[in-house]
Write a protein that binds this ligand. Sequence first.
Ligand SMILES: [Zn+2]
Length: 406
Amino acid sequence: MVDLVIRNALIRGYEGFCDIAVDGGRIVKVGRVRDKGEVEINAEGRLVTESFVNSHLHLCKAYTFLMIGEEALEFYHGENMGKAIYAVEAASKIKEKYHEDWIYENSKKAVLEALKHGCTYIRAFVDTDTKAKLEGVKAILRLREELKDYVVIQVVAFPQEGVLRDPGSEDYVWKAIEMGCDVVGGIPWIEYTEEDMVKHIEVMFTIAKHYDRDVAMLTDDAGDPMLRTTEMLAIKTIKEKWIGRVTACHARAMNLYTDHYFGRLIYILKNACISIVSDPHTGPLHARVKELLLNGVNVALGQDDVADAYYPYGRNKMLEVAFLASHILWMTRLRDMDMLYDMITKNGAKVMNLKNYGLREGGEASLVVLNAKSVYEAIWYQAEPCYVISRGKIVVENSEETKLYI
Ligand SMILES: [Zn+2]
């Protein structure tokens, strides 16, 4: 007898239907399972995969769009992102109202939404600077603890206003990591000079190395081909031997680089084993996802925003993110869809350095039983999963039925 058996599942990479046995939160068998399960699910030929991973989300800002208005949005989405820096300034006005209590409520709503759609791993960026202070950090750390049996939340201490531009924010990042944040953030492109951008990366690496933490920064998030912070971050990673522990999010200016420079950048990214998280639906420019993937760079997709100053929509639904990316990146062939699906599952897990992730014997039993019979159908319809399983326990069962009276 084991805790849970899923029968007649379609699994990526396997022929025919398989069973999955789960015990003690782990997958103990994939194949023909003779043991009985305390709980049994008949997948009836549906696709069962690892649960979804959202490796880039500004969680403290969720549902603030109507509180702040459209000014930032106009800057961020207009003029091919040439005025993105104004957007950060306009968006920061919300922080005058920052308070742990409402951030906690909004964030909880956003995380439960993610769970409903099958996402059980989130890397949450939380503003940590002289305006936001530690209000967001306190809220999200509380949430991480409260929901730890259902969702893995990695909290990134993120100095959104810059480090040199916002003296004092560095202290808040030190404090946030001391309080228990998992990852050291950064946004070097926001600084005034290239020298300051380099310094920004240096300061954040000092903290990461002191506490032995991974690093995740927002790089080159504007329409300026001269921005080079993705490269700066990769070079620092190599020099500090932080190989495989660093992620660059957005990296949108890459879209404007010459092929010569882009070729050199790929070489450096690969040497640093840097992952890129792209979110092509939240801005008119995006990283060159397909080329990066074809050249062996790990790329994941992130939700980025849920109804905030930079993007008015977002349901924390990774199948929706993949569907949007399919159009924006023109990845519409069946093999492209497999790549998209990887970007919201295992590639995201690599970003978050989730060691036990994977639908394999010994892997963590965090799974979705989809209401689809292929990756194609899953992305096409984005139907809610029939079941969401987190570490061996069923945490969501979606059984809503539409009645058609014709
Ligand atoms: Zn972002």
